[in-house]
Design a protein around this ligand. Structure first.
Ligand code: SAH
Length: 358
């Protein structure tokens, strides 16, 4: 069933005037108001909107025909209206309990998302695109090419799917799966709002990670969200960054950092910088010193990500001594720093290992 073939809804039976068919995208990701308006257009009383809302977000219903509180006739009429839920195509559990999902979308495209449980949290790492056009040299997703943006419902669905599979509320979402979120800003913002208001996840528990697209960080700031912005810096100077990230040619590091400073000013929120550690490439003490210079006076935090191996690249992860030496230099320079040891490594579910295959 393709999304297109079912997006035209039957016109309401009860209306006297013949109304044109109403075309709406699948329902997941729509707020209470939107759903109430749609239900109303269908000639149903407004309270059915509230029911629909609860069944989508609390009960995780997958077909309108399963909503038992709806009148039978109407259920039949709207049975084909797409709710917008994907199917789990493949699921694998890593020894650390991280679960990697391959989800199949309505047009048969496959995306990845990851559920990362701890005692207190359930974090979902969501994709924002099918594939990724950024082609960073160390990332498996980029090696697989780019297909398309994900719609709002396809982003929110990933969280509902993990929630359903774990039978546990999702507490945190990181936009760090496949794709570059700021190339899909409208759907990203729509999904953030829905995850916050409809799924009930605090904005402060949402993190958007970007490689940095010119002007998009400023535009993102204008929405005055409370989410955390993480910027994939990965190198302390332009020459090295260009080697690793093709997009850096078009958007020099100085401009990116200037836009980040503006973001801090506009939102009052700090930026978190991600820095992948590649042995012998960007992990030397002098790189740490240069990085500290880049970030001086910045309200920021550095998240070091020791490289997770992928078959398409021959980088190496630095050893513990090298990692700790890098941390030490940053600390000496008064830079807040943490090391992210990615989970799910054994299931190919760690940062940079996401691709649309097992
Ligand atoms: N496009 C966004 C989100 C992508 S992934 C971005 O670039 O920020 C989230 C993080 O994983 C990014 O910082 C990305 O650079 C990093 N990453 C990619 N490949 C990796 C790998 N092989 N090992 C460790 N981290 C990786």
């Amino acid at each position: 069933m393709s999304a297109k073939s079912v997006s035209v809804l039957p016109s309401p039976k009860t209306s006297v005037v013949q109304q044109p068919n109403i075309s709406i995208p699948p329902l997941v990701g729509a707020g209470l108001e939107e759903l109430t308006a749609w239900v109303h257009d269908q000639g149903q009383p407004a309270y059915r909107g509230k029911q629909l809302y609860e069944w989508i977000y609390q009960k995780g219903v997958r077909s309108l025909s399963d909503i038992s509180v709806f009148p039978k006739d109407w259920r039949k009429e709207v049975a084909e209206v797409p709710i917008g839920r994907s199917n789990i195509h493949y699921r694998s559990v890593a020894p650390d309990d991280t679960v990697k999902y391959l989800l199949q979308l309505a047009d048969s495209q496959i995306i990845e998302c990851v559920g990362i449980p701890t005692e207190k949290r359930l974090t979902v790492c969501v994709s924002t695109q099918v594939g990724c056009p950024m082609a960073c040299d160390f990332c498996a997703t980029g090696k697989g090419g780019y297909k398309r943006n994900l719609a709002r419902y396809e982003i929110v669905d990933q969280v509902l799917t993990v929630q359903e599979d774990f039978q546990r509320r999702v507490s945190h979402v990181v936009f760090m799966g496949m794709g570059e979120p700021l190339l899909n800003t409208d759907n990203l913002i729509g999904a953030i709002k829905s995850l916050n208001q409809d799924v009930g996840i605090g904005q402060r528990n949402l993190t958007v990670s970007t490689v940095g697209i010119r002007d998009r960080i400023r535009q993102f700031a204008q929405h005055q969200l409370q989410v955390t912005l993480a910027v994939s810096l990965h190198a302390p100077n332009q020459a090295l960054r260009e080697q690793l990230i093709p997009n850096a040619h078009a958007y020099p590091i100085e401009d990116l950092l200037a836009e980040c400073r503006e973001y801090v000013k506009m939102t009052g929120r700090r930026v978190s910088f991600e820095y992948i550690l590649l042995a012998g490439v960007n992990d030397l003490p002098e790189h740490a010193l240069e990085l500290a210079r880049c970030l001086r006076g910045f309200q920021s935090h550095v998240n070091l990500i020791p490289y997770n191996p992928i078959t398409e690249a021959d980088y190496k992860r630095p050893n513990q001594n090298r990692i700790q030496a890098f941390v030490k230099v940053l600390k000496q320079q008064q830079i807040a720093v943490s090391v992210r040891y990615s989970r799910g490594l054994e299931a190919d579910a760690a940062c940079g290992q996401l691709r649309a295959s097992k």
